[in-house]
Design a protein around this ligand. Structure first.
Ligand code: FCB
Length: 454
């Protein structure tokens, strides 16, 4: 398929910049792909409860079956080997390995992740695990969930247990995926599980999430884990719609509550105190910031789009010069360079960075065994160029994980949105490499061959 590559190749400069010390990966998460919701002793998570409640997801769709990855794991790892990726980012379903989130462990669940890790390693793919990708055991939600400080302690126990079991073979371990989403979408906006609408509660939850992250790092290190440890934050650049003071202030506040809210407790020991931020955690105890500020071995960042801040009524729309994705998200690759160089300048001594998620939903169609998803190839190419610009500006970024390997269960959007490099026919579970997968395979192979090839 070299014709795929010609009109859309990375520039020679980008190839040179990304040809060394750079990991090429793909990402997924447990609830979005595994299915097998009740298999082998798995307990329910808040996403099982939420997705089964009426009116919460598109067409009432759930992750009960998803991509049936739990039963098709070897086939899916073979797909990754075929793509030639260096690394795979997946998440561990807490309620699969500890059905209630406290108490007894489920050996069958742990054994699944054992097999996954060993299958990856046998194929030369580095396993990057995330401990929490939004699927709290329902048994802990019943005891208060992330509103309860005790959940942070339970998370530390779970983390240490998994690290003892798998830590010798994992390339990285991330505590949380996108704590902003857990806090805001789950506890303030009612969009994600557990579905609460309480801004003050969301601020408290954000603090317990960060506390749990710090406690987990301490517990895993105490357990002798050698794998590099980090966290994955969803970040954006923020643009003011106009030069007006009001729009500028709105952009600054949104950046503070999205990016700085998580960076500053971790790297500077305090939450931003900007005037525009209405809710501050009521649950901070003495010593918490010392726990939250445990040193990180790496920082994971997810980037999809920018924040566009307009105070006008109706709001000034974002320019969307490159269009929007099927999620309605503006395609804005420059924001990734801006974000990365911005945090690099603002926070001294950041650890190495991995882009742990980036990708687009596209209205893909399978025709005669082919998915011609040129917009996705364009999106990937532009974001890789954006990463290269940041690397050239001194940002220590070490890898890119495309979201996602497979079309999968996109939370409240159900199966409506397709992010995969690999098309999934949900009726048959048949997997088909999209054009973007072939492009990614060729790009990785060319860069491995040396910057001058391609
Ligand atoms: C991120 C999530 C991931 C997926 C993508 C599209 O916010 O981490 O699970 O839903 O968005």
């Amino acid at each position: 398929m070299s014709n795929l590559n010609d009109p859309i190749a990375l520039t020679p400069q980008t190839r040179a910049t990304l040809s060394r010390d750079f990991a090429w990966g793909v990402a997924t998460s447990a609830y979005q792909i595994e299915g097998a919701a009740a298999a082998d002793g798995r307990g329910p998570s808040i996403w099982d409860t939420f997705s089964h409640a009426p009116g919460k997801t598109v067409r009432g769709e759930t992750g009960d079956v998803a991509c049936d990855h739990y039963h098709r794991m070897p086939e899916d790892v073979a797909l990754m080997a075929d793509l030639g990726v260096d690394a795979y980012r997946f998440s561990i379903s807490w309620s699969r390995v500890q059905p209630l989130g406290h108490g007894a462990w489920n050996e069958a669940g742990l054994a699944f992740y054992d097999r996954l890790v060993d299958t990856l390693l046998a194929r030369g793919i580095r396993p990057s695990a995330t401990l929490y990708h939004w699927d709290l055991p329902q048994g802990l939600q019943d005891l208060g969930g992330w509103a309860s400080r005790d959940t942070a302690l339970r998370f530390a126990d779970y983390s240490a247990h998994v690290a003892r079991r798998l830590g010798d073979r994992l390339a990285t371990i991330s505590t949380h995926n996108e704590p902003w989403c857990t806090a805001k979408l789950g506890h303030a906006w009612g969009k994600f599980a557990p579905g609460f609408r309480d801004e003050a509660l969301a601020a408290d939850v954000s603090h317990h999430l960060l506390l749990s992250h710090g406690l987990a790092l301490q517990a895993m290190r105490a357990a002798g884990t050698r794998a590099p440890l980090g966290i994955v934050l969803n970040h954006s650049s923020a643009s003011a719609a106009t030069d007006s003071a009001a729009d500028q202030a709105r952009a600054a506040t949104e950046y503070a509550s999205f990016v700085r809210w998580y960076m500053e407790p971790i790297f500077e020991g305090a939450y931003p105190q900007d005037e525009g931020i209405e809710h501050h955690p009521r649950n901070v105890q003495p010593g918490d910031f010392a726990i939250i500020g445990q040193p990180l071995d790496f920082l994971g960042i997810n980037y999809y789009t920018r924040i566009w801040a307009s105070t006008a009524q109706p709001p000034v729309p974002a320019p969307c010069a490159l269009g929007v994705t099927d999620m309605g998200w503006e395609i804005y690759p420059e924001g990734l360079t801006e974000l990365l160089t911005g945090i690099h300048q603002r926070y001294a001594g950041l650890p190495p960075i991995y882009l742990m998620e980036n990708g687009m939903a596209n209205a893909d169609v399978l025709v005669d065994g082919r998915v011609a998803d040129a917009p996705r190839i364009d999106y990937m190419r532009r974001h890789l160029e954006a990463i290269a610009r940041a690397r050239e500006a001194g940002v220590d970024i070490r890898g890119f994980f495309y979201w996602s390997l497979l079309d999968n269960y996109e939370w409240d959007s159900g199966y409506d949105k397709r992010f995969g490099l690999v098309h999934v026919d949900y009726a048959t579970q048949r997997r088909t490499l999209k054009d973007s997968a072939l492009w990614y395979r060729e790009t990785i192979a060319n860069l491995r061959g040396g910057a001058g090839h391609g």
